[in-house]
Design a protein around this ligand. Structure first.
Ligand SMILES: [Cu+2]
Length: 142
């Protein structure tokens, strides 16, 4: 009887953890900070994934993503933006800046060379989101 309760309890705990893991809160999207140059800049930590993995920008303005690859795992050694024709190496423990201008509002997904880790740049038409967030939201990787 006690063993049954234990098994059920462990089973329920596993289910709850699994639900939380797959359905729980995601990291919030990060709005790019608008630099004095007019470029929209974000630092992206590359370690077991991309952090942040959702980046909000304004379409038609230069975007500069500063990828810092804090690992040597082969998985993340390249970063690929399929719909921008970008495929670049990310040297470990260095900052690699990827620069582009999202031509139109929409989604610009990026991924590692094997599509195992993923992120996306979401370009919007208005200006408010990136202005409101200018200067904030990216200091945790400094
Ligand atoms: Cu990979």
């Amino acid at each position: 009887m006690l063993a049954d309760i234990l098994v059920i309890t462990i089973g329920l705990a596993a289910i709850v953890w699994e639900l939380w893991f797959f359905l729980g809160p995601r990291r919030a999207a990060t709005a790019a900070a608008l630099a004095k140059t007019g470029a929209q800049e974000v630092r992206v930590l590359v370690k077991n994934g991309y952090d942040p993995d959702t980046i909000l920008v304004e379409a038609g303005r230069p975007v500069r993503l500063h990828f810092y690859r804090d690992e040597t795992a082969e998985c993340s050694e390249r970063v690929v933006f399929d719909n921008l024709n970008i495929d670049e190496a990310l040297p470990p423990f260095q900052i690699k800046t990827i620069e582009f201008v999202p031509p139109t509002p929409g989604d610009y997904p990026f991924r590692c060379g094997m599509s195992m880790i993923k992120g996306r740049v979401v370009a919007h038409g208005g200006r408010d989101a990136s202005r409101a967030a200018a200067g904030t939201g990216h200091d945790k990787h400094v």
